[in-house]
Every structure is written in structure tokens, then in C-alpha cells.
Design a protein around this ligand. Sequence first.
Ligand SMILES: Cc1cc2nc3c(=O)[nH]c(=O)nc-3n(C[C@H](O)[C@H](O)[C@H](O)COP(=O)(O)O)c2cc1C
Ligand SMILES: CC(C)CC(=O)C(=O)O
Length: 372
Amino acid sequence: MASPSNKILSISDLEKSAFRTLPVGTREFYNSGATNQVTVRENISAFQKYRLLPRVLRDVSQVNTTTRVFDRDITFPLCVSPAGIQAMAHPDGELATSKACARMGVSMGISSFANNSVEQITAAGREVGPIDHAMQLYSMNDRKKEARIVRRAEAAGCKAIFLTADSPVLGVRYNEWRNGFQPSPGLAYPMLEKSSEDIQKQSHDDGFTSFNSDSHSWEKEIPWLRSITNMEIWIKGILSPEDVEIAIRYGCDGVLISNHGGRQLDETPATIDALPACAQAARGRIRIHVDGGIRSGSDIFKALALGAECCWVGRPMLWGLAYNGEQGVQLMLEIMYKEFKRCMQLAGCKSISEISLASLAVVRADGPLSRL
Ligand SMILES: Cc1cc2nc3c(=O)[nH]c(=O)nc-3n(C[C@H](O)[C@H](O)[C@H](O)COP(=O)(O)O)c2cc1C
Ligand SMILES: CC(C)CC(=O)C(=O)O
């Protein structure tokens, strides 16, 4: 843990603190992406194409930042994406994240690679306050094991399955291969039913072979999932409007526009760039959320203006955990919340429904400001 006297004012401060704290193999595993890191970089830089166009002299003395996710009003439109192996950032791992999310009134995704069980994670959050969880899932060649994950998540009160659609195989991860990445000894994956001994025997890459199954398809996976659960079914990892259309056809409840934080297929578009076409294709028929590169309140604002109903964030949670466990994740969410609220006020929006394309402009190198 970094010294609490270090002033952490922004997500970038948290990132720098985690950089100093985490051993190089863990830090690179968390921060890196696939191949040449093109998408990792663009997920961040693409936000800079957009400029905020404020409307002034509007009464923003009362601002309502709340929005509805899984039939609950959450504090503001940011939740925590499912990210695996959180116990390498802090021994409390996902338990700390769940508590911080509950304290801040936002939802949490639980990775199949969590180091704690869905039962422990949901219970930890509920000790603090009301919270909804989504269970992240891969299509697996061991259908019985996959069904056990779904049943445990439902029994533990999860509201949704996030089916990760972008990971039939692991991305090209030079950093993991160079560092011979392994989770710290002693860490297990209880949802995947893997003990720490099992994990140490195989490479991270080997761990993904069981996901490359012939059930990794719309027609085999979605009707089967529907037949075994009443939870909402969301597809995580969509980037094209065509796939949004298919998700609607299969009766899915939502999609998370995501490139897995640039960790799977490199040179896919930044999610903020893929979002508008996907939101237009959805035409309100399916929920559209987004993750990837969201690092400030104005990034959340821009994503909402471009058609997302809610944003999710991965690495900033890991940096918060590395900084100071539960309090660190809470600090990350507080920073985001305060920045988002201030951004709404300064842009002249007093509720989420007032955030629209009219609040954005694009500055082109060779011309004047363009409206979207
Ligand atoms: C260390 C790490 C582990 C992750 N593990 C998973 C996972 O187990 N399942 C999954 O669907 N996505 C996983 N993700 C992707 C996140 O859910 C999310 O899509 C991504 O982190 C969003 O980008 P951001 O980190 O720029 O916010 C992981 C991301 C990171 C950084
Ligand atoms: C937590 C991992 C085992 C999975 C991963 O690295 C990822 O999904 O990006």
C-alpha cells in the first residue's frame, strides 16, 4: 500500500501509485494489452477527439446523477467491470471491491477468474449495503461446470450473466510470456473450480483452452443459457452493429460494448469510437453499456452523449485496490463521481437524460468546430 499521505486527486494519480507499488509482472499483467498495445492506447486517446460544448446559465444547483441498472437506481453511471485475479492487487481482492461498490451504490461484475467465490463476494457487498452483481461467464467445453457457475451465481443473487464473447482464445500477450506470468502461489479460482496447485501447473494461456469449445456460438450458447437461468443475459465484448442486431434477435437483455480493455484482439477500434454505431443499431431495443479507457468524469459524460446508458471500468479499480484495498476502490469511485457531477454542472445538464450529442463537438485539424 502506498503512503496515505500521498495526495490522490485523479485516476492518473492512482495509476502512478499502483505503478510504484506493484511488482513488475503483476503491473504489466494488469496494465498491458495484446500484441502492440494499439487498442490499449486508443481506448484512452480516442476520447480526446471529442470536446464538450457547455450550455450556460442553466440552473444546475440540484443535479441528479442517478441512473437505472438491473432495476435499481445506482449513484451515477459507472460500475466496475469483471476483472480476474484481484487478490494480486490486495489480499482482500474482490471482497474489497464488492464492499466499495456497495458503499458507493454501484454494481459490480464478478470475473470467472475471481480469487473469491460468488457467494463470498456478494455477501461481502451486502454487509455494507444494497448492491447488484453480474457474473461474468465464458462458453466452456465443460457444460456441466459452466452450468454450475450459472446456478451458483443465481442462487447468490446475481442479477445478470455477462457472457464474454471476445475470448475463445487468449489474446497475444507478450508481457505475460516474457514475464512467465503466474498468479501468486496460494491464489485459487473458486468459480472455475481450480485450486492454487492446479493453477501453478499450467500457463495462463493453457487456462483458456477450455473456453474454445464448439458451444462458443450464438445458436448453441444463448438458448441454452436461457433454458437454465432467469438472470438477465448480457453479451460482453461486442464492437459491431451487426452483432448488436443478433443480440437483439436472440433476446439478450444488454450488451457491453467492449474490446476487453485492449487485451484480446489488438487493433480493434477504441470502444468510444465503436459505440455510436452500436447505439444507433440498438434503437432502444437493448441496453447499451460500454467499457474501455474510461478514466475521468468527462469520459463518462462523453460516452453517455454518444449513446451509452452506463459505463464500466476495469484497471482503475485494480489501481485503487493496489493503493489501499476497499478504501482505494472507494476513492477511485469517489473521484469519478465528483468529476462526473461537476462535468454535468459545468456542461449545463441537471439529469442524465439531458446529456446528448448536443453537448459534444469535434475539432477537426483543418476546419472549424463540427457538431455531431
Ligand atoms: C487484469 C484484468 C483482468 C481482466 N479479466 C477479465 C475477465 O476475467 N473476464 C472478462 O470478461 N474481462 C476481463 N477483463 C476486461 C474487463 O472486464 C474490462 O473489459 C476492461 O478492463 C475495460 O477496460 P479498462 O481497463 O480500460 O477500464 C480484465 C481486465 C483486466 C485489466
Ligand atoms: C484474469 C485473466 C485470467 C483473464 C484475463 O487476463 C483477461 O480476461 O484479460
